[in-house]
Write a protein that binds this ligand. Structure first.
Ligand code: 1HE
Length: 264
């Protein structure tokens, strides 16, 4: 069954729900899916109103480009303080994507630039078509990243590559992007949405305690000093193992009724 998971979205976003997978589509291809304030707030509305039955989200886009970043036509009207508030608003919304408790997969193609790359970086898995190109045009526009890119993209590719992208306007294509960590997958033209939904289906079958551990504990462990990280890991492992769900899954492997690692 396919239905709308959220009735209150701006015209620049579409959403639908199929079983436990919700899809959010950037639907402003005539402006290359540039992110207006209304669209950013619509993304927040979508994530805040997600039904608890949703176990994975795919963010995809209409047209040839995932997202051309910040809507530059709205920038000129903002003074300094309003600019800070605007950036903090993006942070709040993207934190909802990254920390909302549901795995989010981005299906990328064409331009993934500026704020579009920041949006992609807030997702947990990125599937890029070969047509994808990544860049930070902020340097050329005389501005700086404001949607969390200095933290999230630096973490994905390292400070040196982030510095180079911002100073020189360097672009990476889909294949190069996968090699340096901008996406986890690279797929042929037209295939990102299908692959993203296939991955979502695999995630839906995971135990909730594992999804919780991966989304909530793993990033904290990565930011911790190793001694704290080992402790959080041990606590999280014990909590996951102690669930009836984990015990049932391990028993079904021992009974021979659960798949092996080598099964597809
Ligand atoms: C836009 C935007 C936009 C396109 N804001 N309107 N982002 C950028 O600096 C990227 C700017 N965009 C581009 O470089 C190109 O548009 C693309 C490479 C993405 C696509 O090129 P193309 O030839 O397919 O399309 P186009 O003809 O350039 O654009 C089609 C329309 O979309 C056109 O409007 P039209 O009314 O003349 O048809 C463009 O003006 C419009 N458009 N991109 C507004 N970004 C939280 S801080 C984040 C900071 C940033 O993200 S800075 C990076 C901004």
């Amino acid at each position: 069954p396919s239905q709308s998971p959220c009735d209150d979205l701006p015209a620049t976003l579409h959403a639908h729900l199929t079983d436990a997978v919700a899809t959010l589509t950037l639907a402003r291809s005539q402006k290359r899916n540039a992110l207006s304030e209304e669209t950013i707030l619509g993304i927040e509305t979508f994530f805040r109103s997600l039904d608890p039955q949703v176990r994975a989200v795919v963010i995809n886009a209409e047209g040839d480009h995932f997202c051309a970043g910040l809507d530059l036509s709205e920038m000129t009207s903002r003074d300094t303080l309003a600019g800070v508030a605007h950036s903090r608003m993006w942070h709040r919304v993207f934190e909802q994507i990254e920390g909302g408790g549901v795995p989010v997969i981005a299906a990328l193609k064409g331009a993934v630039v500026g704020g579009g790359l920041e949006l992609a970086a807030a997702c947990h898995i990125r599937v890029a078509e070969e047509s994808t190109f990544y860049a930070f045009p902020e340097g050329r526009r005389g501005i700086f990243v404001g949607g969390g890119g200095s933290v999230r993209v630096s973490r994905l590719i390292g400070l040196a590559r982030m510095t180079d992208m911002m100073l020189t306007g360097r672009r990476y294509d889909g294949t190069e992007g996968e090699a340096i960590g901008l996406s986890q997958y690279v797929v042929p033209a037209g295939a990102s949405d299908k692959t993203a939904h296939e991955l979502a289906q695999q995630i839906v079958g995971n135990a909730p305690q594992t999804t919780f551990a991966v989304l909530q504990a793993l990033p904290r462990i990565a930011e911790s000093n190793p001694r704290d990280g080992f402790l959080i890991e041990a606590l999280m492992a014990a909590i996951a193992q102690g669930t009836d769900d984990a015990k049932a899954r391990m028993q079904s492997f021992l009974d021979g009724s659960a798949g092996k690692v080598t099964d597809s």
